[in-house]
Design a protein around this ligand. Structure first.
Ligand SMILES: [Zn+2]
Length: 430
């Protein structure tokens, strides 16, 4: 990839207006690459929230409709290879690639240059255990990592051992362990991060959006895709494992058994559909948590944050009505300023800077914000990874964060209630 080539990333959770923003950056000098592991499938349009045919006429889109439904999907390496070629192709036309998406694995494979280390670890297929079990061996070389990992997490255990034997350091030796693995591929980039200010509002929006999808063609699409993959005896199609489809397997099973003909459905079908939708809403919210955590861990706690901070813009918004004013207009301004600088001279390292003066009231990521995130990270760091078992739920937690999460969880509360009832019954019998 041409290191001087300028790349724009639009990151953010689902339902944060990424598509809207990507279509409205103002200048007409860019093409969009979708970074979404579900939108790569043809014929899976509604439940993947794919850009519509009309939206595709506004801007050139890449990275969508690449595979048949029957396909297993891309792994990260294949996706990266294909996308780097696409980026070069767009840049060679004198245009800017704008990467938009929700699949953080895909985005980080372009934003960061992990090749050297990836190769080092992958090539190092050989490792020795001095005749011990891998987990036992890990306990000896890195007892704290052994506390953190589940004994059955063979992949992470092996990687830790390989890392230690081939790179000569403990993989989780320092808090910023990410930083060495996550070096920026190039400095010529801009990241725009639209974000709902309140998580409650995001949840309302996610719920509304999923309900709309299901009502407006989504149910039909789900049934059609399950049927098609089943008929081809290919239930392994990657698409069925993804969010938007996997939550509805019971709906399809019932549909098939009952001999219903959509859109003639019965009450039972509706109940199952509703349950699937609820599951999808929950899974989507879980993923948004994971995604925000990814931004914090990989981007805000990155060792090159001094470079990233001048290129990362968090644009918070309060409602759909204020999106234009709080996200689109500031983003257009930022994009314009960056593009001008980029055109003025082929910039090297360090130089992509916008002064606060030029930005007016647009907030930039400050060292204080980063410090705050790092403090939170530290609290969760390896030093506090002590284990605790909840006997009621038969669950092992690592560290205060997981412990707190568990005791707040519905799962735990239900078990507490069940236990109380059980105790009461026992008392009666006694
Ligand atoms: Zn519990």
């Amino acid at each position: 990839m041409n290191n001087n080539g300028f790349i724009v990333y639009i990151i953010g959770t689902t339902a944060a207006g990424k598509t809207n923003l990507s279509l409205n950056l103002g200048l007409d000098n860019y093409e969009i690459i979708s970074c979404d592991s579900m939108q790569i499938y043809k014929d899976a349009n509604i439940m993947t929230a794919k850009v519509t045919a009309i939206e595709q006429t506004i801007k050139m889109h890449h990275g969508i409709d690449l595979l048949e439904l029957e396909s297993e999907g891309f792994n990260r390496k294949q996706w990266k290879h294909m996308t780097i070629n696409k980026i070069e192709e767009i840049q060679s036309k004198g245009k800017i690639p704008v990467l938009v998406g929700n699949t953080h694995n895909f985005i980080e494979s372009i934003l960061f240059n992990q090749e050297t280390e990836e190769n080092q670890i992958q090539q190092a297929a050989e490792f020795h255990l001095d005749g011990k079990e891998p987990f036992e061996y890990l306990k000896e070389i890195d007892p704290l990592a052994a506390l953190k990992f589940h004994p059955n997490d063979h992949r992470r255990i092996q990687n830790s051992i390989k890392y230690y034997q081939n790179i000569g350091q403990l993989q989780f030796d320092q808090l910023d362990h990410n930083s060495e693995q996550f070096k920026l591929r190039s400095n010529n980039f801009l990241i725009i991060w639209p974000k709902w200010r309140k998580n409650e509002d995001l949840k309302i929006k996610v719920t509304e959006r999923i309900q709309q999808m299901i009502e407006k063609g989504g149910t039909e699409e789900i049934l059609r895709i399950f049927e098609r993959l089943e008929n081809k005896n290919n239930k392994l199609g990657g698409v069925l494992k993804g969010n938007g489809y996997c939550q509805f397997e019971k709906v399809y099973q019932y549909y098939k058994q009952s001999g219903l003909q959509y859109p003639n459905i019965d009450e039972n079908f509706q109940v199952l559909l509703k349950q699937g939708a609820e599951k999808l809403i929950n899974d989507t919210m879980q993923y948004t948590k994971k995604y925000i955590q990814w931004i914090k861990n990989r981007i805000l706690c990155n060792s090159q944050i001094d470079i990233i901070a001048n290129r990362l813009f968090l644009l918070e918004f309060d409602s759909i009505q204020t999106f234009q004013e709080q996200v689109i207009i500031p983003a257009q301004k930022i994009y314009n300023l960056f593009y001008q600088q980029f055109q003025d001279d082929q910039l090297g390292d360090e130089q992509f800077k916008i002064s606060q003066q030029n930005l007016g009231n647009i907030k930039i990521i400050t060292p204080e914000m980063i410090e705050k995130y790092k403090q939170i990270q530290k609290q969760k760091s390896r030093n506090s990874w002590k284990k605790q078992v909840c006997e009621l739920c038969n669950k092992t937690m690592n560290g205060p964060f997981e412990i707190e999460q568990h005791f707040k969880s519905r799962f735990h509360k239900i078990n507490v209630l069940k236990d109380e009832q059980l105790q009461k019954k026992k008392q009666k019998i006694d």
